[in-house]
Write a protein that binds this ligand. Sequence first.
Ligand SMILES: *Cc1c(COP(=O)(O)O)cnc(C)c1O
Length: 379
Amino acid sequence: MIPFSDLATQYRLLKEELEPAVLSVLESGQYVLGGEVISFEQDFARFVQARYAVAVNSGTSALHVALLAAGVKPGDEVITVPFTFVATTAAIRYAGATPRFVDVDPGTLTMNPEQLARSITTKTKAVIPVHLYGQPADLDPILDIAHAHQLTVIEDACQAHGARYKGKAVGSIGDFGCFSFYPGKNLGACGEGGLVTTRHEEADHKLRMLRDWGAARKYHHEYLGFNYRMDGIQGAALRVKLRHLESWNKRRSELAARYDVGLNNLGLGHVERAAYGNHVYHLYVIRVRERDRLQSRLQEAGIQTGIHYPVPVHLQPWASALGYRLGQFPIAEEAAATVLSLPLYPEMPDGHVDEVAAVLRRLATEQQRLPLEGHVAGH
Ligand SMILES: *Cc1c(COP(=O)(O)O)cnc(C)c1O
């Protein structure tokens, strides 16, 4: 069997570094926030060259408190894309604001800046581009439009730790950057975790209060805050893993390049790679018309795949109150019907990539041939 990812192997390889770090937290008695979390915030801020970094308990919490620190409130509108993990949009609702969608670019599947320009109203307060699959959204035109309308830019960098846009690390470019350390992300905790970066000193103070019950001084609650604190064990584990992130991202790129070669000439659709950015391959995604049939055939051949994401957010049942209909975001809808994520994780052996490629080649050429054409963005 070729697994989609393999966190247990990563643990075995890191055991010698990880266990003393985690045990030292158990010894210290500092189980929530504490020294390891503070050190992790400093390490991560340095890694992405962000001025401030505030650790929280998930990427979703990061998005929620970033929106609140930006002053987003009920009645405001926040623009994002419908083709993302649900948390991006859910956080906007948690802040009491109204999500407004703009469709994605047909090549990169990230926010289409022209549509953004056309969707701004007097109520728009913020915009959340998503760095999907590890590839930065096209930030320059988004920032230009946002600045012209005094909008806050919150980067959803939950899939893009270490990715760069025109040489700068994502999360250091907009007003805020939100990261998730869910175990399967490029940088994953041994449980849940998240972090917000910001360039604004006041926002840093507010973020620190919001994650810990809205209080700077214990039991004096300036804001209606939350219990969004990071655990000491996660801080310690993340500090260890952060030291490996660059080499893991490099390995992901090597594996992606190996897939590119192995899948060449099969007529598969791809997600375009933009010249402006460095992709960190959180996911390696192909696009095919008969996606569900292909996924079953791969499963039969012992190859696990994923679909990120099968239903765009505007068509999720809970989001029906937002009033969107099928057909309104055709690029996102087509992406949801055609994307397929192949196995990819830093510890994956080269031979597994070759095997996946060989099976896809066989499916494309055998008698009962499975048409693999995805009309989109072939490379
Ligand atoms: C994972 C993810 C989130 C949410 O992060 P959690 O840590 O799971 O709360 C938000 N946005 C995107 C794009 C993600 O991939």
